[in-house]
Design a binder for this molecule. Structure first.
Ligand SMILES: *Cc1c(COP(=O)(O)O)cnc(C)c1O
Length: 356
């Protein structure tokens, strides 16, 4: 099926940002995609319009009860000028899983990917080409019915905005310092941990700020019941290499099912490495560290792709991993995934989708 979205071009194009000073999520392109949902009518009127503010009723459900979800993916420009998306079908699928949890209506997944492609095509000039830069794509859905009772909204807006972004870390991969959070929790079984929604993030800000105050960039969350098993890191999934085995937490309802996480697992399997999805306690990690078997730690997520962890702090003790440097597995994964995303490494998995 082919989808046609009417395009209203801006009459007031903005100046493109300087690729050398690009940061993350501060600049937005000239256009956005909007589609409405009305109960009884379904999703309708998908369209591309000039980027700009929305008008919403102050009683809109999203403002009061946070019925909202979001996604994140990137478009890259290859050396020969092609525009590539990385596994956008996975974002569409995850959207519907999140929607199901938050009582937001399902979206046609093929239409979703076509909407992303159509918008990226209109603003393709905004994709920066410098090493490490890309166009970040943020699809999101908000409940906009004006209604103060608590129930699912009868109307929604599905919106996609685009933001040209710089490398997550200046000068390539940089090891981060991570704080193991033992006071606040992110998710509990039966909650919304596996849904990609703003509410999870509002609840995490306090812990994030306290870790920052102590000089740590991100938090490693422990499970919400026993505060014992490691779950994930801020906006990314966590991997530990212990005595030759790469371990990541299983998708048991409290972990966000990262697309980069899935890609890491598939690549490591293909390379013949030992990769296990299982619960791993912080005590097991501390024990391994004491025995000199804690070899590497890294995080995976769309924004930074792979970020090595150089230091982990738990209850007053610091573990310096890999001498605080970049581990070989993290480096190889970064080179492979970023290489596939930018067309420099052959895409044997069929993960990239060209925007034509
Ligand atoms: C988005 C997200 C991730 C990473 O998912 P990717 O699909 O790899 O970008 C991990 N954890 C949380 C909490 C997230 O919101």
């Amino acid at each position: 099926m082919s989808y046609v979205f009417p395009v209203t071009k801006t009459t007031n194009p903005k100046a493109k940002p300087d690729p050398d000073t690009l940061r993350f999520g501060t600049e937005f392109t000239d256009h956005m995609f909007i589609m409405d949902y009305t109960e009884g009518k379904g999703w309708h009127d998908g369209r591309i319009v000039p980027y700009g503010p929305l008008t919403l009723d102050p009683a809109a459900v999203v403002f009061h009860y946070a019925q909202e979800m979001f996604e994140g993916l990137k478009a890259y420009k290859t050396a020969d000028g092609r525009v590539l998306l990385f596994r956008p079908d996975m974002n569409a699928k995850r959207t519907n899983r999140t929607n199901n949890r938050l009582c937001i209506p399902q979206v046609d997944e093929e239409m979703y990917v076509e909407a992303v492609k159509a918008l990226v095509k209109v603003d393709a000039d905004w994709i920066p080409q410098k090493e490490g830069t890309s166009l970040y794509i943020r699809p999101f859905i908000i409940a906009d019915e004006p209604f103060l009772g608590v129930r699912r909204s009868n109307t929604y807006k599905f919106i996609i905005i685009l933001s040209p972004v710089g490398p997550y870390y200046e000068g390539g991969l940089t090891p981060t310092k991570i704080y193991v959070e033992d006071k606040y929790v992110r998710a509990t079984p039966g909650g919304t941990g596996e849904a990609k929604c703003g509410g999870n993030y509002a609840a995490s800000l306090k812990a994030q700020e306290e870790a920052h105050e102590q000089g740590y960039e991100q938090i490693l969350w422990l499970d919400g019941v026993e505060r014992k098993y490691v779950e994930e890191i801020g906006t990314s999934n966590a991997f530990f290499k212990i005595n030759g085995e790469v371990i990541t937490a299983p998708l048991n309802g409290t972990i966000l099912p990262g697309i980069t996480r899935d890609s890491v697992i598939q690549i490591l399997k293909k390379k013949g490495m030992k990769i296990t999805e299982r619960r791993i306690s912080i005590d097991e990690i501390v024990e391994a560290y004491k025995k000199g078997q804690f070899e590497e730690m890294f995080a995976s997520g769309t924004a930074a792709v792979i970020s090595p962890v150089g230091e982990l702090r738990y209850k007053g003790d610091n573990m310096v991993i890999n001498g605080g440097g970049i581990g070989p597995v993290a480096q190889e994964l970064y080179d492979t995934i970023y290489g596939i995303q930018t067309g420099k490494v052959a895409d044997e998995m069929g993960w990239t989708v060209e925007v034509k």
